[in-house]
Design a protein around this ligand. Sequence first.
Ligand SMILES: [Zn+2]
Ligand SMILES: [Zn+2]
Length: 402
Amino acid sequence: MRTIYVDKNIPKMLAVKALKPVWKGVVYAPFSPARFEDLPDLPLPGPRWLRVQNKVCGICASDLALLNVEADPKIGPAALPGTKRYFLGHEVVSVVTEAEPDVTRFKVGDRVMMHTRFQAATCRSQEIEPLCRQCAAGNYILCENGSLGSGPRGDGGGWGDGYTAHETEVYPVPDDLTDDQAAMVEPLAVGVRTALRRLPEPGEKALVLGSGIVGLNVIQALRALAPDCHITAAARYPHQQAMARRLGAEDFLDGADGYQAAGRITGAKRYEGMMGSRMCLGGFDVVYDCVGSDATLQDCLRWTRAGGTVVLAGVKLKPLSLDLTPVWHQEVNLIGLNSHGQESWQGRQLQTFELVIELLRQGKLTIEGLITHRFPLEKWKQAIETAQDKKSGAIKVVFDYR
Ligand SMILES: [Zn+2]
Ligand SMILES: [Zn+2]
């Protein structure tokens, strides 16, 4: 089984971190913790386990952050034991090739999407009873037993020939979904969960900062779930701006001065103090920060009206340094999310994946034009470089194994 992984090997990680500023391709060096390797297929480790063969898998910014050893050892999640080896690729549609006798939800030949396999284990995958409160509520990614390390862990990931999983870690693909749509369900789910964390009321003004795939999916999720809100977007590249407009953005933060744009679009009053400090009174009702850097989060908090909300959807794997005063001074709410889980929507409780599938069927979400590049596994370096170079016109780059 050919697969791409990153080992949690501290000396190797430190070596790559140290050399990265002067050696661009250091993550591909022989001593890098990132490897492309052909591993032997191990027997399935339990009676509810299955093996899948991959069809299509997306390249996600979180994969790239792991590959480039961007995580700072001081962040909270770094304290969790996690796994010794991260298999890259979670936006993946596959077909079941082997299933142990106690697998009840799938049979050989079924198509599946990776659901919870990519993060920590869950109560279900470790067969722990009773379920913790998060798993009982359907928020498996937030499992309180996720770092126990009990029970086997799967082998392989989306970037490679296939992987093994407990049957509760994958999600069925309905027959009417194409492989491409199925591979995009996870990134769409992130957009839907971001929007549902603080859905705008009719007439409210929303700002989506960042028009990479996360921002674009937030825009289309807002259009689908809150059709009567006003959406402003901020896009760095022309191809992103064109796509943001197509998916429902009505206005754009022009150039660098978001303060001026906040004034123009929301009627916010703008003030400028000493040493370049700037502030709005009034502003957007809700801001989705799909970049998540020190600078963007600091600005987002200042462009939000008193009592409004900033949703942190972009993830940086390092401690940020920024001014949080708007959180108390203007009572701005700052909340975030981790990928997908259980949602409340129109009086129903359902998984984010299920809601995405419904919205795709209704044509309220789309993948049209979002997959811009396809590569075979052998061209993995080229695929990664294309995904990292936004001037390439890339929105979503995928590995296509078919
Ligand atoms: Zn992803
Ligand atoms: Zn749990």
